[in-house]
Write a protein that binds this ligand. Structure first.
Ligand code: SAM
Length: 313
């Protein structure tokens, strides 16, 4: 099903918890207020299953830190059993060396691992935790377990721009499949720390010159630069109408809301009373369908192209 702006929904991003074992100074918290709530594996998979009727094909698990959920294996199994084609997870990677094989066996298809520095001191300054070695072990184990394509998420800031070359070399040497260069979003803590925002334009200029091949992904129309068996994908959502025009994502918050955009807390449909209410399964499914239809109807690009933004005065 397509929204008023011609955009399908295909990808459900689920916040499993707000609890985290890192404290990244820029964390956007997926655009959510912190809460203690947790949806159960059955609740999450029911919402995902109904979403299939509206075009959902893939589910991304996030947080907080999703690997802190003790029932993560069950969540993944339920999502796969309900017919979700691709289940992936974004993680800080610190628990991956022990969990990778178990998660793969449960049906997890792939992971994005956040890695913002290869310098131990800077890693600790950014994440609040002295855990670089564990994260590197986690990345290697995830590759061995076949959680591929394995993607690294590197949020570019003034603090870590000097790390970029090291990260690219590390990715190539380790057999990482993709590196996502992510612009800092002014959301959550990112709003208070936006002074560290660094533009990606000059890096993209170099990538354009060096790339063997350049593609544009349909999701967010993200540019992808192929470089020595590594794909570097540029994720530049801020004030970018092209990114929003290609958005195929809808979100399920930790406290049970269908959220239509990272940036918008006014465009959410609260479905917790449906999930926890005294309804039959058929009634719940019908009410969740209605919620998806409302969410699709109110969904809109946060950044829209306006001629006046571009016309000379
Ligand atoms: N704890 C997990 C992790 O660290 O990957 C998953 C949750 S984290 C909120 C999801 C992704 O968003 C991570 O790759 C993280 O680096 C990125 N992220 C967090 N805050 C951001 C911000 N203000 N701007 C851009 N990306 C951000």
């Amino acid at each position: 099903m397509i929204d008023r702006f011609g955009r399908p929904i295909e990808d459900l991003r689920v916040t499993l918890t707000h609890v985290c074992n890192f404290s990244c100074f820029f964390c956007h918290m997926e655009g959510e207020d912190s809460s203690q709530s947790l949806l159960s594996p059955e609740e999450i998979s029911l919402v995902a299953k109904v979403g299939i009727e509206y075009g959902i094909r893939s589910v991304k698990l996030t947080g907080g830190e999703p690997t802190l959920r003790r029932d993560l294996v069950q969540i993944i199994k339920e999502l796969k059993d309900k017919g979700i084609k691709e289940v992936s997870m974004t993680t800080n990677g610190v628990l991956l060396s022990t969990l990778a094989w178990k998660l793969k066996e449960a049906g997890l298809d792939r992971v994005n691992v956040s890695l913002h520095s290869l310098d131990k001191q800077l890693f600790k300054e950014i994440t609040g935790v002295d855990a670089l070695d564990k994260v590197i072990d986690g990345i290697k184990e995830a590759i061995k377990a076949g959680l591929r394509p394995l993607k690294l998420n590197f949020v570019l800031t003034k603090k870590n721009i000097s790390q970029l070359d090291n990260i690219i070399n590390f990715a190539i040497e380790t057999g990482v499949d993709e590196l996502h260069l992510i612009e800092l979003h002014p959301v959550g803590l990112g709003k208070n720390t936006f002074e560290y925002h660094e533009k990606l334009e000059s890096i993209e200029k170099i990538l354009k010159e060096k790339a063997d091949k350049i593609e544009i992904r349909s999701k967010h129309y993200r540019p992808r630069y192929h470089l020595n068996n590594l794909v570097i994908e540029v994720v530049k959502p801020y004030a970018n109408p092209i990114f929003c025009a290609g958005c195929n994502r809808i979100r399920l918050t930790a406290d049970g809301k269908l959220k239509t955009c990272l940036y918008r807390q006014d465009k959410e449909i609260d479905i917790i009373d449906i999930l926890r209410g005294n309804f039959s399964l058929e009634e719940k499914i019908e009410l969740i369908r209605e919620a998806y239809e409302i969410a699709i109807a109110i969904r809109e690009p946060n950044f829209k192209y306006r001629v006046e933004n571009y016309a000379s005065s």
